[in-house]
Design a protein around this ligand. Sequence first.
Ligand code: 13P
Ligand code: SF4
Length: 364
Amino acid sequence: MATATLSYPQLDAYVELPEAELDERIARAKVVLGKRLVVLGHHYQRDEVVKFADFRGDSLKLSQLAAGCTEAEYIVFCGVHFMAESADILSGEHQTVILPDMNAGCSMADMAAIEEVEVCWQELAQTTPARIVPVTYINSTAAIKAFVGRQGGAVCTSSNARKVMEWALTQGEKGLFMPDEHLGRNTAFRMGIPLEKMAVWDPHQDRGGLSLGEVREAKVILWKGHCSVHQRFLPEHVESVRKKYPGIRVIAHPECRWEVCEAADEVGSTELIVKRVKESPPGSQWAVGTEIHLVNRLAAECADKRVISLEDCGCLCSTMFRISPQHLCWTLENLVAGRVVNRVSVDPETKRWARKALERMLQI
Ligand code: 13P
Ligand code: SF4
């Protein structure tokens, strides 16, 4: 017997659709949904998807937009899971957040499990009487954000990490930065904290692999986590592009290793990278240390400049890539038919505390 759900659009039916048809159907669904829908797109999304975004931006801009788009009933987030979770946390009760493919996760966010963070917190408390303020990068689960909210800390993004860390160190004597060791180190170093005052907590080792003295000496404790995309950029790549293209400027995302960020001319979020490259005069040369879709788009949009990836092979975020026009079309046509698919919904208690940590960030 046929079930009621079979009358709704099924994902399988989209797999072989030609690109032109997908484009037309996505555009049509957007018109039908009108103001009930807003599509947000992160800079790493592929062109075929991001061209349908009503707004595109970095994590900070997109979370501000999610908090501000109060009119839309549906927020379709073309990005990764933690971004959609943040949108759900910051949006209103009347709004529904949708991630076109639920498999679009973030390997960095997966490197900090809430159980590991709780163990770390307890063990740090046994090691030092100092007040520690936790800061979590937005690339983390809602559970970690809620933990941070409960403990009086805040969320940060790549564009406000410094401000948030400075704030944290006025609230306590030490900071615990999760889950990106590189962003934490790059930020603290630029605040004037020497590398010797930073310790790395490895959740897979007993007591984080740190001695009592190391914890007591540290101003900032960095969670051992990283982005596998950005970690592929190496200082040798900076050296090699400078040799090959004299005068080229190197701009890197702060998820890159400390050695790469130190060797670069500029370091900043995806939004800052876009701004710097676009605002530079014709004839400028840029080697960009971030995800390849953004680099290729910048190269196409700035044909009067040389824009290349810092690494020859080009680093791809395979989870961002999971959001396809097929998934977007399927999601939107289901909304037109009155069915919500792939809703990202954070439970009320987690939401309450995670919201506190996100709101602290937006206030700072
Ligand atoms: P931005 O906030 O700079 O867009 O970074 C998000 C991200 O996931 C980078 O890997
Ligand atoms: Fe996560 Fe790295 Fe992809 Fe950003 S680029 S979403 S940090 S895996």
